[in-house]
Design a protein around this ligand. Structure first.
Ligand code: CTP
Length: 404
């Protein structure tokens, strides 16, 4: 199943390093070519010999172990590999990678890598929650590194919380998704909207919302991975667009409306993950509004409801809405399916921990017109995106069988 794929695993020094033996053996069973690089600290937890035997390849630790042949082979491998996975990734290694420090073979290999790099953080819960670590992870995410969600539960140190390395089968699952996404969206034209629109008040101020665009960007990435041709209509977002995706940058709801309508007819799937402002200032001041005595009233008017209009114009398109709610999620989400003529709606309660704006994870429920619902557990936004596309794929295959 992973025949021909090269997986390079970087093991750093955490207690969960023992799980890598199982991971390597599972990858070998799937016929992957597996190479392992370890930090010196990792060798305290599991021997290089174990991983060499299981991977059927030499395991490298030191940069200059053999003076006749400095280890450039692993640097070359970091370019050839289909995926570099650092697991477990300790706080120390994450900090080094985030700041460009390459002082051993593992970090040098990551620095030299031109391929996808995923990190599976694993550590004590307090270390994991440390804002320094979180900032480092965010930095890595914004630079295009994949960061896997650690599991929650009883940790080796005796604490309970988030910080567990995902189980080997979950790691394998991620590797398969990452290197071998089934190209089941080949030939499908997908339009995704993302981010929070900005509605100008004057040349300096605007009204906006807390959306960061992460969910929409994840959907664009997953759709492109699965072979779709993707147009991403993005409101301002501090994110790097995924490779191979056409990006149309917009600012306001009005701009987004225009961009979506221009492309609507040529799309097969429209996924509206953007948080579109419902109201905008009726007048936009030409000059900066100066402060005066007393309060200030800004009169607002409605913006076009883009998704509603898509629903009116819908022919063969699969139309997917998002609903961010803080109460009565199911009731409101179901109402929007009918009002906007949707094929499905992805609803989330943004007041829940681990869901909604700015978070790395999401907890969503997908509702269908007939009342069917699919609940998804808390997972990374990329995994939610894959899940949403699985559902879209089912609707597409039903539509294809219908007489046109
Ligand atoms: N949406 C849109 N255009 C708007 C407002 C919303 O296309 N002017 C889309 C969003 O992209 C999302 C869906 O409609 O996919 C639902 O957005 P949401 O803000 O949850 O709902 P609203 O339609 O704004 O309704 P309400 O304010 O009652 O929650």
């Amino acid at each position: 199943m992973l025949r021909g794929k090269i997986i390079l695993i970087g093991v750093s020094g955490g207690i969960a390093a023992y799980k890598i033996a199982d991971l390597v053996s599972r990858l070998k069973k799937l016929e992957a070519e597996v190479h392992v690089v370890m930090t010196r600290a990792a060798t305290e937890f599991i021997t290089p010999l174990t991983l060499a035997v299981l991977s059927q390849n030499p395991v490298a630790v030191e940069m200059f172990e053999d003076t006749t042949r400095p280890d450039i082979q692993h640097i070359e491998l970091a370019q050839k590999a289909d995926l570099v996975l650092i697991a477990p990734a300790t706080a120390n290694v994450i900090g080094k990678i985030a700041h460009g420090i390459a002082d051993d073979l593992l970090t040098t290999m990551v620095m030299a890598s031109t391929t996808k790099v995923a990190l599976a953080p694993s550590m004590n819960v307090h270390m994991y929650e440390n804002p320094i670590l979180q900032e480092n992870l965010n930095r890595l995410r914004s630079l295009g590194y994949q960061v896997l969600e650690p599991g929650a539960g009883f940790l080796a140190c005796g604490d309970t919380g988030r910080g567990r390395l995902p189980e080997p089968e979950e790691l394998v699952d991620h590797i398969i998704k990452s290197v071998k996404a089934e190209k089941d969206f080949q030939g499908v034209r997908v339009l995704v909207t993302a981010g929070g629109t900005r509605e100008p008040i004057d040349p300096i101020r605007y009204i906006s919302n807390r959306s960061t665009g992460k969910m929409g960007y994840a959907i664009a990435e997953a759709a492109a991975e699965r072979g779709a041709s993707v147009v991403l209509v993005s409101a301002p977002a501090q994110l790097t667009p995924p490779p191979g995706v056409e990006v149309i940058r917009v600012t306001s709801a009005g701009d987004m409306h225009q961009a979506v309508m221009q492309r609507f007819n040529e799309c097969d799937v429209v996924i509206k993950a953007a948080a579109v402002a419902d109201y905008r200032p009726r007048q936009i001041a030409d000059q900066k509004i100066k402060k005066m005595e007393g309060g200030l009233k800004i009169e607002l008017e409605r913006t076009p409801d883009i998704l509603f209009e898509c629903g009116q114009r819908k022919q063969h398109q699969v139309l997917v809405g998002f609903a961010a709610e803080t109460e009565n999620v199911e009731e409101y989400a179901k109402k929007k399916i009918g009002q906007k003529n949707l094929d499905m709606i992805v609803a989330n309660d943004v007041s829940q921990d681990g869901a909604g704006f700015g978070t790395e994870t999401n907890i969503v429920t997908i509702f269908y017109p007939g009342g069917k619902k699919v609940e998804m557990p808390r997972m990374s936004k990329l995994d939610v995106a894959f899940g949403v596309l699985d559902e879209v794929g089912k609707i597409l295959s039903v539509k294809r069988k219908e007489p046109q």
